[in-house]
Design a protein around this ligand. Sequence first.
Ligand code: NDP
Length: 298
Amino acid sequence: MAQANVIDGKAFSEKLVQTVAAEAKTIKAAIGREPALAVVLVGEDPASAVYVRNKIERTTTAGMCSIEHRLPATTDQATLLSLIAEMNADDTVDGILVQLPLPDQIDEDAVINAITPEKDVDGFHVVNAGLLATGQDSLVPCTPYGCLLLLRGQLGSLSGLNAVVVGRSNIVGKPMAQLLLRESCTVTIAHSRTKDLAAVCANADILVAAVGRPEMITGDYVKRGATVIDVGINRVPAPERGEGKFRLTGDVDYVSAAAKAGAITPVPGGVGPMTIACLLRNTAVAAARRFKVSIGDI
Ligand code: NDP
């Protein structure tokens, strides 16, 4: 039986969306229109289509304007770059998100870095990555930002805590580590070459798993009382639900980890809903900064 406090990312994200909706109203009153998020989907990847649909629905819920561009899988890089240039120049677009992954003929880095940093609501542009790394104001990648808000909600001050981030991707692991460092945690970044990963993790007051390997982080990796944030979203076969059925699971083995953790995020219902809520927050921040509207900090 799980002992840990279950961190309810769904409830937390709903509150955040309400806060963002109030910010959107303030911005609308100041600039005469709703903040607008443009989402670009290239091709028909089914998982991407679901993410994009969810993003569009939530954008509208938060009282923002959603602009959608659907391009065929055969789209070439020049066409996508020219759409981005148009949106960069369009004063009525506040945030631009290009759904990843992109088809093979398109260079993802070139696309990400073509988005003007002020509208880069995914926070992946090298300028935003550099601003975060040097402790300056930036648009912060949504998933790690969501993890940070959950951690602050659970623990209050994170100062002095040992944090271990498993995973070093540009979209989750590295920015997560930067954010935890900014909170004055002592941060370790682990990855596939880390020796004795279980021992490294067992030293963590905060353990963030962003590995992409279903249920890899078991209770043996968890220090008693630690706060465990499971970023992973893995679709695994679930024959017990019927032939050809799947279920979603995290990078953490929930049952064994929850038996030792002080608090833990579930999958689904943990980090996932926070990612979209933080995207909306970034859109509000991007609009507020461009038009110099004060919306305060979270
Ligand atoms: P990547 O595949 O880009 O990165 C995975 C990282 O895990 C790499 O740094 C890799 O190390 C490390 N790793 C892989 N295997 C091991 C291992 N055996 N031991 C230790 N480290 C290992 O994944 P992402 O960062 O994009 O995503 C991570 C997870 O988060 C996925 O499950 C993804 O689906 C999920 N995700 C969830 C989101 C959400 O909204 N909740 C948003 C984004 C991602 P190395 O660098 O050495 O190869």
